[in-house]
Design a protein around this ligand. Structure first.
Ligand code: ZN
Length: 247
């Protein structure tokens, strides 16, 4: 393949531009915000489940309290009814009175036990409410942390994208004047060779693979016609000769 020396030099400009674009893409992919956002998202998700579980616990306990209070109310109502019957004088049989009195005593004991249950459930409800409050506050904080990291990532993206757009415009200008077959070869080599398709021959070295040429090899390369497209024997990249190729 042949190409004017000036076009070969332009290939080095294109290579520099592509390297810059690769760098920017790498920077975009590896922003520290990505890891921060992953962590903040995981924290947020975990806290959300904890809040849901704590809220379920709270409503279960609230129902339990209602039930325990109803139990107390039932026993209290029954004791009141017994008392009213005894006070009314409608129970005349000594045996019946004795039974009623006995039941009233049992009911008082039962009411006391049930009231203890109410107190115990109230304490648990209070703990459940405290836990919901704490976890909700932590969840809100985690939302803020996540949103802040996302905002910082967006800002970093925007900054990188402005630079990418600028470099891409430079690329268009350079690409427009490079012959199609040379550009095609460069593009293929760039894909195969880790992003570097064209390398300068600088002071006896291929700047693509850093190999240093012997005097014989160097002389052979330099003896090629100026418009010959030379390839590095070691890495296969397009080797662009310049005034600094060495001797
Ligand atoms: Zn090389």
């Amino acid at each position: 393949m042949n190409a004017a020396p000036a076009d070969q030099i332009r290939l080095l400009d294109l290579q520099a531009i592509d390297a810059k674009l690769d760098q920017l893409a790498h920077k975009r992919r590896t922003l520290p915000e990505h890891a921060e956002i992953d962590k903040a998202t995981a924290d947020h998700t975990a806290l959300k489940s904890l809040v849901v579980a704590a809220e379920a616990q709270q409503s279960d306990t609230a129902r339990e309290l209602t039930k325990a209070e109803q139990d107390v109310e039932q026993v209290r109502a029954r004791a009141t009814r017994n008392q009213q019957r005894m006070d009314s004088g409608s129970v005349t049989s000594a045996k019946d009175l004795e039974n009623l009195q006995h039941e009233t005593g049992s009911l008082a004991k039962r009411q006391g036990d049930l009231e203890d249950v109410v107190l115990e459930v109230m304490e648990r409800l209070e703990s459940a409410q405290t836990r919901v409050t704490e976890l909700t506050a932590r969840l809100e904080h985690s939302t803020v942390v996540l949103e802040e990291a996302e905002a910082r990532r967006e800002a970093a993206f925007a900054e990188i994208d402005v630079e990418v757009a600028k470099v891409a415009r430079d690329r268009e200008t350079v690409v427009a004047v490079i012959p199609a077959d040379l550009l095609k070869l460069y593009t293929r080599l760039r894909e195969q060779q880790g992003g570097v398709g064209a390398a300068r021959l600088y002071q006896r070295r291929c700047e693509g693979c850093r190999v240093e040429f012997s005097t014989n090899d160097l002389n052979a390369i330099k003896a090629e016609p100026k418009d010959a497209v030379v390839r590095c024997e070691n890495c296969g990249r397009i080797l662009v000769r310049t005034a600094d190729s060495g001797n």
